[in-house]
Design a protein around this ligand. Structure first.
Ligand SMILES: [Zn+2]
Length: 882
């Protein structure tokens, strides 16, 4: 082999080795930052004036003993526990600090757009626990700071991360506040929110009814869309003051203003919108645990996932230190908010709204490896981010004058543009090659998402071929002559070409930065920092060439070194993003076949391609001289293909990266006590369909009498309407299946089922509109999560949501339908009226989700392998005409 390599090949390989080692070291550093290795969690006997992760974990342990879902006894127990803890604090508090603890019961009704769908809500008897901690000489008008976290759990999950961890942090923060001797200069309000998972009802109830709501001058929403890791500021606003306070005070800053640009694209919402947008314009921060998304809303979101660190390759996002970092950050931010002169109550905000800084647009901010945070206003960004593009345009003129006018400005500029196009082509190919490989992989493998439980496979497969894409344009560069007349210029053609490639790449990043700026987005700092770092790299490189009089490996190294801090940042941001995307692909929803099968793999391949492009791209203009060698490209391709072959040995799921399965026992009822149909329905939310599931879960298949020949053509498909109980999440499903089931288990357990009936005769008004008076009875169901009503027909008004109807939902050109979710206290009947604008019938479909499943269903659920996380519940469906 060695004899076949030229000396330039050998230099190329040497350089490749150097680059590989450099990125490996950077990646290790990034990995340890993302795994909180630099944060030492404090023990249970840490000083009382410090936030202690161990003490917070103790709260999580208590909270995760029972399921805290709406309708289950554990929710009540959690409320009692939280209240007890706060009452204990109240007793321990010194006389100069005042602790008020309240249990509030909330009721309400409103309309909201959620996941792009209009839904109406009516709720009653949900419980919030609210505590206010202030100095003893509190004025009731003092503006306050709110911190919110929810203690209710998602369906079927112990909710250790989501959001036991949030509540635990808040309890520990309340304790530190009372016991550290710090007297908050402005009151702190802790909202322990008892109904978030039912779509933000707890915060709505608080903002609509609580007596302290108008005092709030700033709010922090603590959430978890994973189980640990960096708790990222995902949203902030209105105005830039909240992020500014964060920037000044966070101990371990974790924030990217670009997150705000991406957040609207991710399905899901948090209480942040209630405080800062929907029902108040409180300056707010939305701080979310993002990694560990494998467990989010699954039965695996348990206490041990917050604690033990496991095999790094499995990427189990169990990171000791996560809660410590969150606690230290929150304490510091709370102190900064309460000390800020800009903290204003609702009334003060209103009166000053016209003149104040609230109108300031979104700032640009980002943390550097959670070590420090860079923050600048939009105004500064406008100036700063415009500089690269100006330099790009001015450079040809400067070179024209520098080289004693021997070169034409236009020719120089043309060559720059050519360099830019080449760089852009490289970046495009860096994205396209992994996409092609991923599609190829799907053809030879039995299933999608092969990298799901083993993210390193995605890196192994996609990075080398992405690099090939990045380098390919350089191999054909010589086929396109320069526009400059080489014969009259003192510089060598190679030097001119390199110059064109460098400034072209620089221009590429400068243009991207400007595009971001023009689009009004808050990112752009990434490409800005790339172009800003390329300048010193170019100067170092040029000086080194001048001193040694020729291009050498040494000069290439001189080019790389000044770029290292910027590359480390790219790897940090890109690594985080890739891991996040990989985890989320397990719950992104199945897009109907045939293309749906490819979507997650293509998305991950493209993400790795983009990240490789931005992490290695800045090196290309200079380093491709050494790297764009046929032998190197060959090696890279071999690695990709090898990884591809290797990947077929892996299974996409593990119990550290479970597949999500939804299992609904559907019971169609009539009257109060008859079941007319009973079936088991299954859905999955990623691109490996139910056929995959049953193939690899043979015991379940056997139990359901599924043979080898099961296909979607012959199987009983379940209709979307039967999943109404979990609307709009159900819209993420496709290709759900239905199997007959027995109902005697349910009949043994329950005597009465949900039922809707008239409680008095309907009335007709002068304009012919008809009002029907209805009573909704939930039977003797034990653990009701929610009841969903779907009303179709000429509905013109109702007794919910201040008589306002939500925008109608229509399915496949069907009649307009109105979705209403009822939650809380299933012991008491709901009474309400519906008004029809004509004499046509109103049709009401009802679905009630009960978390109790019968023994037969429980047994079936138990047959699923460990790599499948099964959320199971019963859904009672009935329909009525009025
Ligand atoms: Zn949550």
């Amino acid at each position: 082999m060695a004899s076949m390599l030229s000396s330039r090949d050998v230099s190329g390989f040497k350089f490749l080795f150097f680059i590989a080692i450099m990125y490996a070291i950077i990646s290790l550093l990034v990995h340890s930052v993302l795994h909180m290795k630099f944060i030492k969690p404090l023990s249970i006997d840490a000083p009382l004036d410090r936030f202690s992760e161990a003490r917070a974990i103790h709260h999580v342990a208590v909270l995760t003993k029972d399921g805290r879902q709406e309708g289950r006894p554990g929710l009540r127990k959690a409320a009692v526990y939280i209240k007890e803890q706060l009452e204990m604090l109240k007793e321990r508090a010194e006389s100069n600090i005042r602790v008020e603890v309240e249990e509030t019961t909330i009721n309400g009704s409103f309309n909201m757009i959620f996941l792009g769908h209009s839904i109406s809500f009516a709720y009653r008897d949900h419980i919030n626990i609210v505590a206010r901690i202030s100095s003893a000489d509190l004025q009731e008008t003092d503006p306050s700071v709110l911190i919110n976290g929810h203690f209710d759990g998602p369906l079927g999950s112990p909710g250790a991360g989501d959001c036991g961890s949030c509540v635990a942090s808040m309890l520990e923060l309340a304790r530190v506040t009372v016991e550290s001797g710090w007297i908050p200069p402005r009151p702190l309000i802790f909202l322990f929110n008892g109904a978030e998972e039912l779509f933000m009802l707890g915060s709505h109830g608080f903002m609509k009814t609580h007596k302290w709501r108008d005092s709030i001058g700033a709010s922090i929403n603590v959430e978890a869309s994973g189980t640990a890791g960096p708790d990222l500021v995902c949203q902030s606003g209105p105005g830039s003051w909240p992020s500014e306070v964060y920037a000044e005070s966070a101990v371990y800053p974790m924030a990217h203003s670009a997150a705000q640009d991406i957040f609207p694209l991710i399905p899901g919402d948090t209480d942040y919108r209630i405080f800062s947008q929907d029902h108040g314009n409180i300056p707010s921060l939305d701080i979310i645990f993002l990694l560990g998304g494998y467990y989010y809303h699954t039965s695996y979101d348990t206490l041990d996932k917050l604690l033990a660190s496991s095999d790094a390759f499995e990427c189990t996002h169990t990171r000791p230190g996560s809660l410590q970092a969150r606690g230290d950050n929150l304490l510091s931010i709370l102190k900064a908010f309460t000390n800020s002169s800009k903290l204003q109550s609702a009334r003060e905000r209103e009166s000053k709204a016209v003149t104040s800084d609230y109108k300031d647009e979104r700032a640009v901010f980002f943390d550097y490896l959670s070590w420090f945070l860079i923050f600048y206003s939009r105004r500064v960004a406008v100036v700063l981010h415009s500089i690269p593009i100006i330099i790009f345009f001015v450079m040809p003129f400067l070179l024209h004058f520098w080289d004693s006018r021997s070169r034409s400005c236009f020719a120089i500029f043309y060559d720059f543009v050519k360099g830019m196009l080449f760089h852009a082509a490289g970046i495009m190919l860096a994205i396209i090659f992994p996409i092609i490989l991923s599609i190829l992989q799907l053809f030879i493998s039995n299933y999608a998402l092969i990298w799901f439980a083993h993210p390193y496979l995605a890196f192994l497969m996609f990075i080398p071929c992405s690099l090939v894409g990045l380098l390919i344009p350089r191999t054909v560069w010589d086929c396109f002559p320069l526009s400059q007349d080489v014969s009259v210029i003192k510089k060598s053609e190679e030097a001119l070409a390199e110059e064109a490639r460098f400034w072209g790449a620089f221009g590429f990043y400068a243009c991207l930065t400007s595009a971001y700026l023009v689009a009004g987005l808050s990112g752009g700092f990434l490409t800005f920092s790339v172009s800003a770092s390329m300048l010193p790299a170019w100067i170092f490189y040029s000086l080194s060439i001048k001193s040694s009089d020729h291009q050498s490996l040494r000069s290439a190294v001189f080019y790389v070194i000044p770029l290292i801090p910027c590359l480390a940042y790219s790897v940090y941001f890109g690594g985080f993003l890739t891991q996040f995307v990989i985890e989320k692909m397990g719950m992104m929803g199945t897009v109907p076949p045939p293309y749906g099968y490819y979507v997650p793999d293509v998305v991950v391949a493209a993400t790795v391609g983009v990240v490789t492009g931005w992490c290695v791209g800045p090196l290309i203009p200079v380093c491709s001289h050494w790297l764009a060698r046929f032998s190197i490209l060959q090696l890279l391709l071999h690695v990709s293909v090898l990884a591809l072959a290797l990947s077929s040995q892996f299974f996409p799921y593990s119990n550290a990266a479970p597949k999500r399965v939804v299992f609904q026992h559907t019971l169609v009822t009539t009257d109060v006590n008859r079941i007319v149909d009973s079936s088991y329905e299954f859905s999955v939310v990623d691109s490996n369909s139910l056929l995959f599931l049953f193939k690899y879960a043979p015991e379940v298949a056997k139990e359901l009498h599924i043979g080898q020949e099961l296909s979607f053509e012959t199987a009983n498909m379940s209709h979307r309407e039967t999943w109404m109980g979990i609307f709009p999440v159900s819209l993420l499903f496709s290709q759900s299946l239905k199997f007959p089931a027995r109902s005697d288990g349910i009949l043994k357990r329950y005597r009465y089922f949900p039922h809707l009936s008239n409680y008095k005769p309907h009335t007709v008004s002068i304009d012919k509109s008809r009002r029907v008076y209805l009573e909704f009875y939930l039977g003797d169901l034990k653990e009701v999560w929610v009841a969903v009503l779907n009303i179709t027909g000429p509905l013109s008004s109702w007794s919910f949501a201040d008589n306002m109807l939500p925008a109608p939902e229509t399915v496949d050109g069907g009649p307009p339908s109105y979705i209403l979710r009822l939650s809380g206290n299933s012991q008491r009947n709901w009474t309400f009226w519906l008004e029809a604008s004509s004499s046509d019938y109103l049709r009401v479909e009802v679905a009630v989700v009960d978390q109790v499943i019968d023994d037969e269903a429980k047994r079936l659920k138990g047959l699923f392998p460990e790599w499948a996380d099964v959320i199971a519940y019963s859904s009672f469906m009935s329909s009525y005409i009025f």
